[in-house]
Design a protein around this ligand. Structure first.
Ligand code: HEC
Length: 224
């Protein structure tokens, strides 16, 4: 005959075996809440490299962190279509777009925006993210790039454009690329590039001044 203690004893073993499983399933759920996904493309400071070692397409450079460079180059050359996961696109050394997995950030078409600091030692991520990232002039990456024509997958310089313009010329972009401090074999600075870089620094100064006076009007003025 089954007594109560024997019944409890016979249930105890399976319960003990089951409980840790239930507990660990709970812990896994806590670590990865449903609906939240981790970015598939892991990006740290070492993901970035000398622009001149990337693949040049027209006036900009591309790469792929997921082994899909041929697909990335094909989209860049076509100037239309969706870039594959892992795509890296750069026009200047400090600003980078990297494509995360499909569905990760629908509002930015899965692009993650980066502002990186670069010097002879390499790259350091200064800012990264999706809609919230601003460039060095506190202008929002997303706000400009969202205006790109739909077939250009958030890229502004592709045929058609559509984005708000940036006050730099092709000569200035080229000079910034050729003088990327991370490139050990960068060519000596030509007279033309030196002149273009001087203009870049004048534009940067003008933008900073403009932004400073905007701040004075919008934030500082009411306090006075
Ligand atoms: C004022 C609008 C504006 C802002 C702000 C802006 N961009 Fe752009 N971006 C452009 C335009 C316009 C081009 C194309 C320039 C060209 O090719 O002549 C461009 C080009 C690029 C390219 C090369 C691919 C392409 O779209 O043609 C990358 C990568 C890029 N920007 C990243 C960024 C990142 C990252 C930020 C923020 C840190 C940023 N941009 C902020 C307007 C902007």
């Amino acid at each position: 005959m089954w007594t109560l203690p024997r019944l409890i004893g016979s249930l105890a073993l399976p319960t003990m075996l089951l409980f840790p499983l239930a507990a660990s399933a709970q812990a896994n759920r806590a670590a990865e809440p449903e609906g939240e996904k981790a970015p598939a493309v892991q990006v740290d400071d070492n993901a970035f490299r000398c622009m001149l070692d990337m693949t040049k397409v027209r006036h900009f450079y591309v790469d792929n962190l997921s082994g899909r460079l041929a697909e990335t180059v094909a989209v860049a050359q076509a100037g239309t279509g969706d870039y594959p996961e892992g795509s890296v696109v750069q026009l200047v050394p400090n600003e980078v777009m990297i494509k995360q997995q499909k569905g990760f950030s629908p509002i930015t078409r899965d692009w993650e925006f980066f502002w990186i600091d670069v010097d002879t030692n390499g790259s350091k991520i200064f800012r990264r993210g999706f809609v919230e990232v601003n460039n060095r002039f506190e202008m929002n990456c997303f706000a400009c790039h969202v205006k790109a024509h739909a077939q250009n997958d958030f890229t502004c310089g592709a045929e058609g454009g559509g984005c708000d313009p940036i006050p730099l010329t092709r000569e200035m972009f080229g000079a910034l690329q050729r003088t990327d401090p991370r490139c050990p074999n960068r060519p000596p600075v030509s007279t033309e590039d030196a002149a273009a870089l001087k203009m870049v620094s004048e534009v940067v100064e003008a933008m900073k001044t403009a932004n400073a006076s905007n701040r004075t009007m919008s934030e500082d003025a009411p306090k006075k």
